[in-house]
Ligand binder design. Structure first.
Ligand SMILES: Cc1cc2nc3c(=O)[nH]c(=O)nc-3n(C[C@H](O)[C@H](O)[C@H](O)COP(=O)(O)O)c2cc1C
Length: 403
C-alpha cells in the first residue's frame, strides 16, 4: 500500500498546443516518482516539443503517426497503461475524442482505452469558452473521462484568461489522485489544521515552535488522493496546497475562530497543528525598544513576557462536534507517550489520537518521517503503529480512521 505511487505506467499523449513546452518537466517528475511513461505525440505537437528531448527524458522511443503501423501500438500501449493522460489537449483533439474520431495514433489510443483517461485542455480563453469546446467537455465528463479545467493566468498568445494548463507538479498530483487505490473519501469533507501558531509579543516578534505543517499537509494530500474535498487551516508555513482550500491564520485564537466557522462543513476534523498553549498577555502595540541608560551604556534590565493560556482547540471541537463527525487529534509528547495520549483522547472527546514522540530521531517536527501510534477511543478497534515517510503513513492512517 505504501508504494502505490511507484512503478505506475503512464501513457502520455501530447498535442499541438504551446503548453507542450512544459511536458519535458512533467516527464522528469514522472521518472523521479519511480513511474514509467510511454509518449504519443500528434504530428502538430512535434512543432512545439522535440521528440528527441522526450525520448532522452523518458528513456523510450516516442510513438507518433510515423510508427502507427501493423504493430498496432494503440492497442499495445493501452494494454500496458494504468492511465492515459493527454497534456496539453488542444481544442481540436478534445473535439475529436468527444465524437469518437480516431484518425491518428493518439485518438485511436483513446478510443481503445480501458484505463482511466485524464485530460488537461490548454488553449486561448476564447477557444476554451467557445460553446463547441464546452459541449465537448460535457460529453467527455458524462462519459467518465476526467477533464481538469485549465487555470486563469497569462496565456502564451499574449492575453490573460482561463486556458492555462496546470503546472507539471500539479498534473502529477492529478495523475496520482486518479491512480489512488482507495477512493473511500469521495464526497467527504475533511478539515485539517496544520503548522505552528505565532503568538506575537510586539508587531515584529513572536513565540512559536518548529512545526513545519508537513504532517497536516500529508494527511490533507492523502485524503485528497482518496477523493475528499479538503480545507486546511494553516499557521504561517508553506506547503504544496494544490487542490485544497487554504485558510491562513497566525495565532491560536485566529485558528480557533476559523475552525469554528468551518466545523459544520466537515465530516472529519484532523487537528495536526502545533497550536501554542500560551499567548502573550502584555502584547505591545509598538515595537519594544532595546533600553539604554542615561550614560549611553546598555541597560541590562530584563524584560518579562507574561503568558496566558490559549483555548484548547481540539477540546473545544470535542464539545461542539456532531455525533457523526470524526475528530482525530495528534499528541506531541516527549515522555509517557501512550498514557498522556490516552488522557487527551478522553478529556478532549476525540475519536482517534495519533501519539507522536517528538523527541525521537526522525519523528515529529520539521522532518519528512514520523513514527505514530494510533489509539482509537473505541476499544474494540486495534491500536496501530506507523513508521515511515509522512506522506506514506498518512495514506495508511486514512485506512484506519475512515468509516
Ligand atoms: C503557434 C500555435 C499555437 C497554438 N496553440 C494552441 C493551443 O494552445 N491550444 C489549442 O487548442 N490549439 C493551439 N493551436 C492550434 C493547434 O495546433 C491546431 O488546432 C492543430 O491542428 C492541433 O492538432 P492536434 O490536436 O492533432 O495536436 C496552436 C497553433 C499554433 C500555430
Amino acid at each position: 500500500m505504501n508504494n502505490w505511487k511507484s512503478g505506475r505506467k503512464i501513457l502520455l499523449g501530447i498535442t499541438g498546443g504551446i503548453a507542450a513546452y512544459k511536458i519535458p518537466a512533467l516527464v522528469r517528475l514522472i521518472k523521479k516518482a519511480g513511474c514509467e511513461t510511454e509518449i504519443i505525440l500528434t504530428e502538430s505537437a512535434k512543432n512545439f516539443v522535440a521528440p528527441m528531448t522526450l525520448e532522452t527524458l523518458s528513456g523510450r522511443e516516442i510513438h507518433s503517426d510515423e510508427n502507427f503501423d501493423f504493430h498496432i501500438p494503440h492497442i499495445k500501449l493501452n494494454d500496458w497503461a494504468d492511465v492515459l493522460v493527454i497534456a496539453p489537449c488542444t481544442a481540436n483533439t478534445l473535439a475529436k475524442i468527444a465524437h469518437g474520431i480516431a484518425d491518428n495514433l493518439l485518438t485511436s489510443a483513446v478510443i481503445a482505452a480501458h484505463c482511466p483517461i485524464l485530460i488537461f485542455p490548454a488553449m486561448n480563453e476564447k477557444m476554451f469558452e467557445n460553446s463547441a469546446t464546452q459541449e465537448n467537455i460535457k460529453i467527455l465528463l458524462n462519459r467518465g473521462v476526467k477533464v481538469i479545467a485549465p487555470s486563469e493566468g497569462d496565456l502564451a498568445c499574449g492575453v490573460s484568461g482561463k486556458g492555462r494548463m496546470n503546472e507539471p507538479n500539479e498534473i502529477l498530483l492529478e495523475i496520482f489522485r486518479t491512480l489512488s487505490p482507495e477512493k473511500n473519501l469521495k464526497n467527504k469533507n475533511i478539515l485539517i489544521t496544520a503548522g505552528p501558531t505565532h503568538e506575537y509579543i510586539d508587531p515584529v516578534r513572536f513565540i512559536s515552535n518548529p512545526s513545519s505543517g508537513k504532517m497536516g499537509a500529508a494527511m490533507a494530500r492523502a485524503a485528497w488522493y482518496r477523493g475528499a474535498d479538503v480545507k486546511i487551516i494553516s499557521g504561517p508555513v508553506e506547503f504544496n496546497s494544490y487542490g485544497f482550500e487554504v485558510i491562513k491564520v497566525k495565532s491560536a485564537l485566529e485558528m480557533l475562530e476559523a475552525v469554528k466557522k468551518n466545523l459544520s462543513w466537515a465530516d472529519y476534523i484532523v487537528k495536526a497543528a502545533a497550536v501554542g498553549d500560551y499567548r502573550v498577555k502584555n502584547f505591545s502595540a509598538q515595537k519594544i525598544k532595546r533600553a539604554a541608560s542615561a550614560d549611553g551604556q546598555e541597560n541590562k534590565n530584563n524584560f518579562t513576557v507574561e503568558l496566558e493560556q490559549n483555548p484548547d482547540i481540539a477540546a473545544e471541537v470535542g464539545k461542539l462536534k456532531r455525533e457523526n463527525q470524526i475528530l482525530i487529534g495528534f499528541a506531541a509528547e516527549t515522555q509517557n507517550i501512550s498514557e498522556n495520549a490516552r488522557e487527551k483522547l478522553a478529556r478532549k472527546n476525540l475519536d482517534f489520537i495519533l501519539a507522536n514522540d517528538v523527541a525521537a530521531e526522525g519523528s515529529g517536527f520539521a522532518v519528512d518521517t514520523n513514527t505514530l501510534r494510533l489509539i482509537p477511543r473505541d476499544e474494540s478497534k486495534n491500536e496501530k503503529i506507523y513508521s515511515g515517510l509522512k506522506e506514506d503513513i498518512a495514506f495508511e492512517i486514512w485506512n484506519d480512521v475512515s468509516l
